[in-house]
Design a protein around this ligand. Structure first.
Ligand code: BGC
Ligand code: NOJ
Length: 816
């Protein structure tokens, strides 16, 4: 199988060696408020906080060829025109390399012995992209050439920008001041923000009007302004006015043999005080922009900011590291899985090459799940996210399914009634407390539906979540499913026969019948954390009542939820089983097997083991476990979107990487380290990179949401990379359950469940201030079971490292 690059673990980079990857292989820039997507050919776009409402540069989705628009450079030497990132010009390069690293991307292109190296990143605490381009004359002759930049502005609201042409082909406005092009569309009226693109050198010309740049009949691959440019003879001064504003600089360069020159470009976003918007009538106040421009007016300032960012990532990635005999495992755990967790935490499911940034903001269930994979990195940000999420909960415990990151308000178009949502809040808060020991978060006063008058301590929100389940039980005593549970496509109350109707939001039945065994499993598994929290707070009576509800639910799962060889998935609106041997298609689903075993249902009587055996028998493939089997071949109106996908894709028997980990965790609970690792390595990208780069098609350094299942024509091909709950769940799985280093309320549990052939491994975990250097020795060649644990040479009973408040490093030895 063809490979398209390689991992450079020491540099924490994936190095792509051809621009012609099977799909754009992207990276993310930005850590706080300003974010960018950048592909290996410099495609992509950027935005401030909200990919829908504050889009800075324009992107053309679903284009031909794919990935049109980015921040593009053109080099014109004589009549040769080329781009260092190959696109958009697509002239053959003599050398090409793209290095995607932690928060930055470097693209090198060489042609005719002229080397261009373009670094792209978003510095820490900075609302803009910095592009540093280094040009080197590798020939023996003096070179004279022209460098052009190009960024196309979006008119802020990405949805409007793509739909409301009758208005927005009139509104574009720019100002040009020296080497800076300011994009100030709508600033005259209600906006107090603008953006700009600048370069730290004098320019020979500029364009701020797209049509003048491309020419009326050309595209970005052969813009007239570049193709026809004659140094010293041509003029470039087009001003964007209405139509489409862009920013392009024209820079003449002369390089002696062996010499280099560097230019720094800044593509920034600025907010201005409302009463200080204008320098003089019609002229925007550029003070804040000028400060940003000054900050990065030299290459050395850029290098300093890069070093600062590297320190940030070094610190984040030092909190959990593993040293095993397996490079692929090491690079997943130490670098890429953690990196993906952070990106996913930042952006939820809003902006990727599969999510337009227009449709979805922050998902309630999504973001709560993301916290578990992220909380050890930046716990304060996780805390804030929990508060933001809980603020969109309703008083009855339900929640808005999504909220907009800019306003933090629940999204009315989507609404609520996804009945798994409430439980995920308990899950995230429990993960947060286990990591930090910050019990005070429970006292934090948090409004319901963003209405300050309703504010209650966060603990009350957890209680509302828990009770939402028991207040909404169906005929069998299982939880009612609502619009859907985790599986957005199991729409048991939808009964949609109208094309164009969204399965997610269509009017549904009152929903008093259809039930979910997944929510039942979640209730038992996550509800247990609610009980432990109550106990810790000394609320014994409440804890007991809650525990009784859980015990009852577990019994119900074992009766109404057990199918003989596996757990049923649901009951539909006609009280018919979903995911049962009684069904013609969709006999077994993955979710209830994973979550019920995670809840330890049926562990004592062999049902749990049987369920996992069935998962292996009916769901497993070379590329991971499919979501259900057999795939639906017909549209089932009573099941909804799940049966709308062709067999093998997405929720209809695709390999959903998000819930493979539930089975893996379940295997570790039963001590099956060999099975657990086999499932893990089938979907982990680093393992797939070696075997399947071409078939897999997506980036080999991050998880995709879905790999086409065994019923699909393209079995093994992935889709929807980057923003998926897969990131957090796989990190939790490998770090806490396979390697077994798992935060708990009162300490750090060490309980590995690994392949029996492993001799052991070493890991470093920073936890509540102290650093633990852990050595695991698998002396008994078993999968699971800690026989002895010593800290700094002293044996302790059990396998939980207590909390150390000394902030020091401790050595831990674990014998299995
Ligand atoms: C997808 C789901 C997704 C949902 C979100 C569906 O079309 O199949 O994976 O969660 O849309 O709206
Ligand atoms: C992706 C969605 O973001 C998530 O909320 C959902 O649980 C899964 N798809 C499964 O449908």
């Amino acid at each position: 199988m063809k490979k398209y690059g390689f991992f450079d673990d020491a540099a924490r980079e994936y190095v792509i060696t051809t621009p012609q990857t099977p799909y754009p292989w992207i990276n993310y820039l930005g850590t706080q408020d300003f974010f960018s997507l950048i592909s290996n050919t410099a495609g992509g776009y950027c935005f401030y906080k909200d990919a829908r409402l504050r889009r800075i540069t324009r992107y053309r989705y679903n284009n031909v060829p794919v990935d049109m628009n980015g921040r593009y450079f053109y080099i014109k030497e004589g009549s040769d025109v080329w781009s260092p990132g190959w696109k958009p010009v697509k002239n053959d390069l003599d050398d090409y390399k793209c290095r995607h690293g932690m928060g930055y991307t470097v693209i090198h292109g060489t042609k005719n012995k002229l080397a261009a190296e373009a670094l792209f990143f978003v510095p820490m605490n900075f609302n803009g992209e910095v592009h540093k381009i280094k040009l080197t004359n590798e020939s023996k002759k003096k070179k004279k050439f022209t460098l052009f930049s190009m960024a196309e502005f979006c008119l802020w609201n990405a949805h409007d920008d793509f739909t409301n042409f009758q208005r927005n082909l009139n509104t574009g406005e720019v100002e040009v001041d020296g080497s800076t092009i300011y994009h100030k569309t709508e600033y005259r009226e209600r906006r107090n923000h603008y953006s700009f693109y600048t370069v730290n050198t004098e320019v020979a010309g500029f364009h701020s009007d797209r049509d003048s740049f491309t020419g009326r009949y050309n595209g970005f691959e052969a813009p007239e302004a570049v193709m026809k440019w004659k140094p010293g003879k041509s003029e470039a001064k087009s001003v964007g006015d209405g139509w489409s504003p862009i920013a392009s600089h024209v820079i003449e360069v002369t390089l002696e043999p062996g010499k280099s020159e560097e230019f720094v470009f800044v593509l920034g976003y600025v907010e201005v005080e409302n009463d200080d918007k204008w320098a003089k009538p019609g002229v925007i106040n550029k003070k804040n922009a000028k400060a940003m421009i000054k900050k990065f007016n030299t290459a050395s300032a850029v290098n300093k900011a890069m070093a600062e960012m590297k320190k940030f990532w070094d610190d984040l990635l030092s909190r959990y590291t593993v040293k095993s005999g397996d490079d692929k495992l090491n690079r997943m755990v130490n670098i890429w899985n953690q990196y993906q967790c952070i990106v996913t935490f930042n952006l939820s499911r809003s902006a990727s090459y599969f999510e337009s940034g227009i449709g979805r903001g922050m998902g309630f269930r999504d973001s709560n799940q993301d916290i578990a994979g992220f909380v050890h990195q930046l716990p304060d940000r996780a805390r804030q996210r929990i508060i933001d999420l809980a603020s969109t909960q309703f008083e009855n415990g339900g929640a808005y399914h999504q909220y907009q990151p800019l306003t933090k308000k629940g999204n009315n178009e989507v609404g609520g009634n996804f009945n798994d949502d409430p439980l995920w809040l308990i899950y995230s808060v429990a993960s947060y407390i286990k990591e930090t020991g910050d019990w005070d978060i429970l006292k934090e006063s948090v409004p319901f539906d963003n209405n300050p008058a309703t504010a209650k301590p966060l603990l009350d929100h957890l209680s509302a979540s828990f009770h939402h389940v028991i207040n909404n039980l169906g005929p069998h005593g299982l939880p009612l499913i609502g619009r859907a549970d985790w599986n957005d496509c199991l729409n048991l109350n939808c009964f949609s026969t109208t094309p164009d109707e969204s399965f997610q939001t269509c009017t549904s039945k009152d929903g008093k019948t259809a039930e979910s065994v997944l929510i039942a499993g979640m209730f038992a598994c996550i509800g247990k954390e609610y009980v432990r929290i109550l106990k810790h707070l000394g609320k014994k009576a409440e804890a007991e009542v809650a525990q009784n509800h859980i015990d009852k639910m577990k019994k119900t799962i074992l009766t109404a939820g057990w199918d003989g060889e596996w757990f049923v998935r649901a009951y539909d609106d006609n009280k018919q089983k979903v995911g049962s041997k009684e069904c013609g298609e969709g006999k077994i689903f993955i979710e209830s097997q994973g979550f019920c075993v995670m809840a330890e249902v049926g562990v004592d009587d062999g049902k749990a083991e049987k369920a996992l055996e069935s998962a292996r028998k009916y769901l497993d493939t070379d590329h991971g476990l499919v979501l259900l089997n057999p795939a639906y071949t017909k549209y089932h109106v009573e099941l909804g979107e799940v049966s709308s996908y062709p067999p093998g894709y997405k929720e209809n028997a695709g390999i959903f990487c998000h819930n493979n980990p539930w089975i893996i965790i379940a295997e570790t609970i039963l001590g099956q380290g060999d099975n657990a690792f086999s499932h893990y390595s089938k979907i982990a990208p680093a393992y797939r990179e070696e075997k399947y780069s071409e078939l897999h098609r997506m980036e080999p350094y991050v998880y995709p949401q879905m790999i086409a299942g065994k019923d699909a024509k393209r079995h093994g091909e992935a889709k929807n990379s980057w923003l998926t709950g897969t990131a957090a769940w796989n990190f939790v799985t490998v770090s806490q359950w396979i390697l077994g280093i798992r935060p708990d309320y009162d300490g750090l549990i060490i309980d590995p469940c690994i392949p029996s052939t492993w001799p052991g491994f070493k890991a470093t975990r920073k936890f509540r201030g102290a650093t633990f250097n852990i050595t695991v020795k698998n002396e008994s060649k078993s999968c699971k079971g800690v026989r002895c644990l010593t800290i700094d040479g002293k044996a302790i009973p059990g396998n939980t490292i207590p909390v150390f408040t000394d902030g020091k490093a401790h050595s831990v030895v674990v014998i299995m």
